[in-house]
Write a protein that binds this ligand. Structure first.
Ligand code: G3P
Ligand code: MG
Length: 235
């Protein structure tokens, strides 16, 4: 089963930062989940929110600033003063940091309807860095996953879902995806069986309680995302 650190190890260090990814590596996880979007100058950057308010106290949208401007912003102090040096990373920097240690679940966050540019930039970077085999690309935007898979069928793509679909297999196939990433509270034994028997993948988020992790492991799910890596380590 894939042990996946959510936003790195978001319970132990500020989310989506170098410190968070280092914690995930120290914990010997298999994969990190990170959130990726485009800056104003169309750079792939790693940040969850569309706005900088929650993590930096600045009421500006991420896509209104260039990477060089975003780089000046402290995104660690909100968590603890010891992380005041943490800065927004580009996707290229994260790949460089974890390559050879961790795979990456790249969750694409989309605000502008700029699928083509996002897909083009992402695919080019993964090829340049020889990292295409080490990613699962996921999104709540299923059309984005479909565009990605239509032009790049070799990449692994998964649809994110927060609700309970009437027909999960159809939802996956409609997006030409390889699997589904449902919210953990919606995961049942039937769902896991259905998806796996169809030869598709099922990874769930974001599970921070030991009893739920045990339940999901017993269902033989393919992967679990958590903010607290120690919960995934066998005892
Ligand atoms: O990729 C799983 C999970 O991260 C989706 O929701 O809001 O935490 O990015 P969110
Ligand atoms: Mg995410």
């Amino acid at each position: 089963m894939l042990k996946i650190g959510h936003r790195g190890a978001a319970g132990l260090a500020p989310e989506n930062t170098r410190a968070s990814f280092e914690k995930a590596m120290e914990a010997n996880l298999d994969m990190i989940e990170i959130d990726v979007q485009l800056s104003k100058d169309n750079q792939l950057i790693v940040f969850h929110d569309h706005n900088l308010r929650r993590l930096a106290g600045i009421n500006k949208k991420v896509n209104e600033l260039k990477l060089s401007e975003l780089k000046k912003i402290d995104i660690g102090s909100w968590f603890s003063e010891q992380f005041a040096q943490e800065r927004i990373l580009s996707l290229a920097e994260v790949i460089e940091l974890v390559k050879g240690h961790l795979q990456i679940n790249i969750e694409l966050k989309v605000i502008r309807r700029d699928h083509n540019l996002l897909v083009k930039k992402l695919v080019r970077l993964l090829k340049e860095r020889d990292f295409s085999q080490d990613v699962i690309i996921s999104s709540f935007d299923h059309q984005l996953i479909k565009s990605l898979k239509q032009t790049n069928p070799e990449l692994q793509g998964a649809i994110l879902v927060a609700s309970v679909p009437v027909d999960p297999l159809r939802l996956i196939r409609d997006a030409d995806a390889d699997g589904i990433h449902p919210h953990y509270l919606t995961v049942t034994e039937e769902l896991v069986k259905l998806v796996k028997q169809a030869g598709l993948m099922i990874n769930t988020w974001t599970v921070n309680q030991q009893d739920e992790i045990t339940r999901l492991k017993n269902l033989n799910i393919d992967g679990i995302m958590t903010d607290y890596p120690e919960l995934l380590v066998e005892r």
